[in-house]
Ligand binder design. Structure first.
Ligand SMILES: C[S@@+](CC[C@H](N)C(=O)[O-])C[C@H]1O[C@@H](n2cnc3c(N)ncnc32)[C@H](O)[C@@H]1O
Length: 409
């Protein structure tokens, strides 16, 4: 989508540009649905079921294998449509003579989610789209307004690693996620042998339970590998030849070695909700209005001063704006022809509400599918009441219908 600039003095967008901008807003408002349906598919074991079927699987076969109440079959159809759209599954004709009958098959991406295979990235999705991780994103705005170092601390009152130390369930889920991610590195080890051949020793800094180190050792058994991680992560990890675990703080000291490994990365689909939450935060702060009222490109320091946020949050605002520029809610241009300094400007998409009322519903999609009682929608599962979505938002002071109808100026 081209970027539509809507600054004073520039061209006023046409109706068709406005509609495209509206589509852009809605796409990002519901971006979190991508993460939630992926989590739901894993929760229901859909990739494994299709894999075991060994041929294209029809919707009715899938519903019957899932053993879900018949009332949910239309929901499964919709779920699979969304998952197919985002590349998790594909459809194929059942056989060459069949004109219409199609069945679901796995794609390269969903083959990475199979329990029976290595690598299996399902634990990664499960932990990263767990409410423990998602809720701090919903509270991004509160974090900017407060003094805590991370939005995780705003919600849980403790840094993430401390929280994991106190919460065995999530600690286990997170460590499994990191281990599953590390299984991918067997591919790196296979294709980049020259990097490791020269090494005698290596420290995997923040190396979790040592899956990556074990992968390296499998291919290069003579490298002395050390995994450095927080005490509660490496406590009781069994050491094997050439692999030892050190509990400690990487900011205090790191054991000496020929090479140090720092590994972590972000997955587009698991973090789909970040786009929706960043947009929600920008709207909560009135950033589109601030930029609009500034009437010319607004620099980061000018934006910070207009937001009246503590200076400790400037990196956070910079990152938030990077994400929103990336998803084209804002754009950057030079503040004038003779300057290299850049400022933010509006693109036509600006104002819409991404409210937890809707968000909580998506989180419970898997639970809704499993439930035998007659809640017609996941919305009712979320709020344990049989009132309609429209009624709930009409009653809500937070979720004002009027806000939906504001047309960006
Ligand atoms: C995002 S995970 C990455 C794990 C692993 N490197 C991987 O990519 O699968 C970050 C790891 O850093 C560890 N960690 C966090 N703070 C640390 C610190 N101050 N010193 C050592 N390890 C730390 C966490 O316990 C966690 O296992």
């Amino acid at each position: 989508m081209e970027i539509l600039i809507n600054m004073e003095g520039n061209d006023v967008p046409t109706a068709s540009e406005m509609f495209r901008a509206q589509a852009h807003i809605y796409k990002h408002t519901f971006h979190f649905a991508n993460s939630m349906v992926l989590r739901c598919a894993i929760q229901l074991g859909i990739p494994d079921i299709i894999h075991s079927h060994k041929q294209p699987m029809t919707l009715s076969e899938l519903v019957s294998e899932l053993k879900l109440p018949p009332a949910k079959s239309n929901g499964i159809y919709r779920l699979m449509r969304l998952l197919k759209h985002s590349g998790w599954f594909d459809t194929k004709k059942l056989d060459e003579t069949s004109e219409t009958q199609e069945g679901y098959v796995l794609t390269a991406s969903s083959k990475l989610l199979l329990k029976s295979e290595i690598p299996n990235l399902s634990p990664f999705v499960r932990a990263l789209v767990d409410p423990v991780m998602v809720i701090p994103w919903q509270c991004l705005g509160d974090w900017f307004l407060g003094n805590e170092a991370t939005s995780f601390e705003t919600v849980y009152g403790a840094p993430m690693w401390e929280y994991c130390d106190q919460n065995p369930r999530y600690n286990k889920a997170f460590n499994e996620a990191m281990s599953s991610d590390s299984e991918m590195t067997s591919l790196v080890v296979k294709d980049c042998r020259e990097i490791f051949e020269e090494l005698d020793s290596l420290v995997d800094v923040g190396g979790g339970t040592g899956v990556m180190a074990k992968t390296i050792l499998g291919a290069f058994p003579r490298i002395k590998c050390t995994v450095l991680d927080l005490l509660h992560v490496v406590a009781n990890m069994p050491e094997i030849e050439n692999l030892k675990y050190v509990g400690g703080d990487m900011f205090q000291s790191i054991p000496p070695a020929d090479a140090f490994l720092f590994k972590a990365h972000i997955y587009k689909h698991a973090f789909g909700y970040a786009n929706s939450m960043a947009l929600n935060c920008a709207i909560q702060f009135g950033i589109p209005d601030i930029i609009h009222n500034h009437k010319k490109p607004i620099t980061l320091p000018e934006l910070l001063s207009a937001l009246k946020l503590p200076s400790s949050k400037s990196t956070g605002i910079y990152r938030l704006m990077c994400l929103l520029v990336h998803s084209r809610f804002f754009a950057t241009v030079k503040i004038d022809e003779n300057s290299d300094t850049e400022g933010y400007i509006l693109t036509t998409p600006s104002r819409v509400i991404v409210d937890p009322i809707l968000f909580n519903t998506w989180k419970l999609l898997g639970e809704w599918f499993r439930k035998k009682n007659e809640e017609a929608t996941a919305f009712e599962t979320a709020y344990r009441l049989c009132e309609s979505f429209v009624q709930k938002i009409q009653d809500s002071t937070k979720f004002s219908m009027k806000e939906w109808l504001v047309i960006p100026k």
